[in-house]
Design a protein around this ligand. Structure first.
Ligand code: INI
Length: 162
Protein backbone atom coordinates (compact mmCIF):
# COMPACT_ATOMS: atom_id res chain seq x y z
CA UNK A 1 0.00 0.00 0.00
CA UNK A 2 2.83 2.36 0.90
CA UNK A 3 4.96 1.45 -2.11
CA UNK A 4 5.70 4.04 -4.72
CA UNK A 5 4.75 2.99 -8.20
CA UNK A 6 7.21 3.75 -10.95
CA UNK A 7 6.75 3.50 -14.68
CA UNK A 8 9.54 3.95 -17.16
CA UNK A 9 9.74 3.24 -20.86
CA UNK A 10 12.12 0.55 -22.07
CA UNK A 11 14.59 1.27 -24.84
CA UNK A 12 13.07 -1.26 -27.18
CA UNK A 13 11.79 -0.35 -30.60
CA UNK A 14 10.94 -3.81 -31.93
CA UNK A 15 7.65 -3.72 -33.81
CA UNK A 16 7.36 0.06 -33.52
CA UNK A 17 7.21 2.59 -36.37
CA UNK A 18 8.95 5.93 -36.38
CA UNK A 19 8.93 8.97 -38.60
CA UNK A 20 11.94 11.25 -38.87
CA UNK A 21 11.35 14.73 -40.25
CA UNK A 22 14.65 16.28 -41.27
CA UNK A 23 15.32 19.71 -42.70
CA UNK A 24 17.85 20.07 -45.54
CA UNK A 25 19.09 23.50 -44.44
CA UNK A 26 22.70 23.11 -43.22
CA UNK A 27 22.48 19.53 -44.48
CA UNK A 28 26.17 18.75 -44.00
CA UNK A 29 25.47 18.76 -40.26
CA UNK A 30 21.84 17.68 -40.55
CA UNK A 31 22.82 14.50 -42.39
CA UNK A 32 25.01 13.49 -39.43
CA UNK A 33 22.05 13.99 -37.09
CA UNK A 34 19.82 11.89 -39.34
CA UNK A 35 22.46 9.15 -39.51
CA UNK A 36 22.63 9.22 -35.70
CA UNK A 37 18.86 8.96 -35.35
CA UNK A 38 18.60 6.07 -37.81
CA UNK A 39 21.51 4.28 -36.15
CA UNK A 40 19.86 4.66 -32.75
CA UNK A 41 16.52 3.31 -33.95
CA UNK A 42 18.13 0.37 -35.77
CA UNK A 43 20.32 -0.53 -32.77
CA UNK A 44 17.20 -0.64 -30.60
CA UNK A 45 15.34 -3.06 -32.81
CA UNK A 46 13.39 -0.87 -35.24
CA UNK A 47 13.24 -2.48 -38.71
CA UNK A 48 14.35 -0.34 -41.69
CA UNK A 49 10.88 -0.67 -43.20
CA UNK A 50 9.41 0.82 -40.05
CA UNK A 51 11.40 4.04 -40.40
CA UNK A 52 9.98 6.78 -42.62
CA UNK A 53 12.46 9.56 -43.36
CA UNK A 54 10.73 12.73 -44.52
CA UNK A 55 12.79 15.59 -45.95
CA UNK A 56 11.71 19.24 -45.70
CA UNK A 57 13.44 22.44 -46.89
CA UNK A 58 14.08 24.15 -43.54
CA UNK A 59 13.31 24.07 -39.84
CA UNK A 60 10.25 26.23 -40.40
CA UNK A 61 8.64 23.36 -42.32
CA UNK A 62 9.42 20.65 -39.72
CA UNK A 63 6.18 21.05 -37.69
CA UNK A 64 4.12 21.04 -40.88
CA UNK A 65 5.43 17.63 -41.94
CA UNK A 66 5.25 16.27 -38.38
CA UNK A 67 1.59 17.27 -38.37
CA UNK A 68 0.92 15.31 -41.57
CA UNK A 69 2.61 12.20 -40.20
CA UNK A 70 0.74 12.51 -36.91
CA UNK A 71 -2.60 12.85 -38.70
CA UNK A 72 -1.83 9.84 -40.93
CA UNK A 73 -1.57 7.86 -37.69
CA UNK A 74 0.92 5.26 -38.85
CA UNK A 75 3.78 5.96 -36.44
CA UNK A 76 4.39 5.32 -32.75
CA UNK A 77 6.86 8.17 -32.46
CA UNK A 78 8.48 11.00 -34.34
CA UNK A 79 11.90 12.61 -34.43
CA UNK A 80 12.41 16.22 -35.50
CA UNK A 81 15.83 17.03 -36.93
CA UNK A 82 17.21 20.32 -38.12
CA UNK A 83 20.04 22.81 -37.79
CA UNK A 84 19.43 26.52 -37.31
CA UNK A 85 22.49 28.73 -37.13
CA UNK A 86 22.37 32.33 -35.96
CA UNK A 87 22.90 34.95 -38.65
CA UNK A 88 23.00 38.71 -38.51
CA UNK A 89 19.27 39.34 -38.33
CA UNK A 90 16.48 38.26 -35.94
CA UNK A 91 15.46 35.62 -38.52
CA UNK A 92 17.10 32.95 -36.34
CA UNK A 93 14.90 33.79 -33.36
CA UNK A 94 11.69 33.58 -35.34
CA UNK A 95 12.58 30.25 -36.92
CA UNK A 96 13.78 28.69 -33.66
CA UNK A 97 10.79 29.86 -31.65
CA UNK A 98 8.22 28.85 -34.23
CA UNK A 99 9.81 25.48 -35.03
CA UNK A 100 10.18 24.59 -31.33
CA UNK A 101 6.66 25.67 -30.50
CA UNK A 102 5.28 23.77 -33.50
CA UNK A 103 7.18 20.60 -32.65
CA UNK A 104 5.91 20.66 -29.06
CA UNK A 105 2.41 21.40 -30.26
CA UNK A 106 2.27 18.32 -32.51
CA UNK A 107 3.41 16.12 -29.61
CA UNK A 108 0.83 17.50 -27.23
CA UNK A 109 -2.17 17.69 -29.55
CA UNK A 110 -1.63 14.23 -31.03
CA UNK A 111 -0.39 12.62 -27.78
CA UNK A 112 2.56 11.31 -29.75
CA UNK A 113 6.19 11.21 -28.60
CA UNK A 114 8.33 13.62 -30.60
CA UNK A 115 12.09 13.66 -30.01
CA UNK A 116 13.63 17.11 -30.31
CA UNK A 117 16.74 17.00 -32.48
CA UNK A 118 16.68 20.61 -33.63
CA UNK A 119 20.02 22.32 -33.12
CA UNK A 120 19.83 26.07 -32.48
CA UNK A 121 23.42 27.28 -32.46
CA UNK A 122 25.51 30.43 -32.67
CA UNK A 123 27.97 28.90 -35.13
CA UNK A 124 28.48 25.90 -37.40
CA UNK A 125 31.30 24.81 -35.08
CA UNK A 126 28.84 24.59 -32.20
CA UNK A 127 26.46 22.61 -34.40
CA UNK A 128 29.18 20.19 -35.55
CA UNK A 129 30.11 19.51 -31.92
CA UNK A 130 26.52 18.34 -31.39
CA UNK A 131 26.37 16.20 -34.52
CA UNK A 132 28.88 13.54 -33.58
CA UNK A 133 31.55 15.79 -32.07
CA UNK A 134 32.50 16.31 -28.45
CA UNK A 135 28.93 17.08 -27.37
CA UNK A 136 27.56 13.81 -28.77
CA UNK A 137 24.96 13.41 -31.49
CA UNK A 138 21.66 15.14 -30.74
CA UNK A 139 19.93 13.19 -33.51
CA UNK A 140 20.82 9.97 -31.73
CA UNK A 141 19.61 11.40 -28.41
CA UNK A 142 16.33 12.62 -29.89
CA UNK A 143 15.64 9.18 -31.38
CA UNK A 144 16.43 7.53 -28.05
CA UNK A 145 13.99 9.83 -26.27
CA UNK A 146 11.27 9.06 -28.84
CA UNK A 147 11.89 5.31 -28.39
CA UNK A 148 11.65 5.51 -24.62
CA UNK A 149 8.56 7.70 -24.72
CA UNK A 150 6.81 5.42 -27.24
CA UNK A 151 7.28 2.50 -24.87
CA UNK A 152 6.25 4.63 -21.89
CA UNK A 153 3.04 5.73 -23.62
CA UNK A 154 2.24 2.10 -24.48
CA UNK A 155 2.69 1.12 -20.82
CA UNK A 156 0.62 4.03 -19.51
CA UNK A 157 -2.16 3.28 -21.98
CA UNK A 158 -1.98 -0.37 -21.08
CA UNK A 159 -3.09 0.36 -17.55
CA UNK A 160 0.12 1.37 -15.78
CA UNK A 161 -1.10 4.94 -15.71
CA UNK A 162 -4.15 4.15 -13.62
N1 INI B 1 16.23 26.98 -41.96
C1 INI B 1 16.98 26.15 -41.19
O1 INI B 1 16.61 24.98 -41.00
N2 INI B 1 18.12 26.59 -40.61
C2 INI B 1 18.57 27.88 -40.77
O2 INI B 1 19.67 28.21 -40.22
C3 INI B 1 17.80 28.77 -41.57
N3 INI B 1 18.24 30.12 -41.77
O3 INI B 1 19.29 30.50 -41.25
O4 INI B 1 17.60 30.89 -42.47
C4 INI B 1 16.61 28.27 -42.18
N4 INI B 1 15.83 29.06 -42.95
C5 INI B 1 14.85 28.54 -43.86
C6 INI B 1 13.48 28.39 -43.23
O5 INI B 1 13.50 27.33 -42.27
C7 INI B 1 12.43 28.05 -44.28
O6 INI B 1 12.75 26.85 -44.91
C8 INI B 1 12.29 29.16 -45.34
O7 INI B 1 12.04 30.41 -44.74
C9 INI B 1 11.14 28.82 -46.32
O8 INI B 1 9.87 28.74 -45.65
Amino acid sequence: MNEIRETRGALSGAGRRFGIVASRFNSRIGDLLVAGAVDCLRRHGVEPGDIHLVSVPGAWEIPQALEELAVAGKVDGLVAIGVVIRGETPHFDYICAQASRGIASVAERHRLPVGFGLLTCDSSEQAAERAGGKAGNKGWEAALAALEMADLFARLRDGAGR
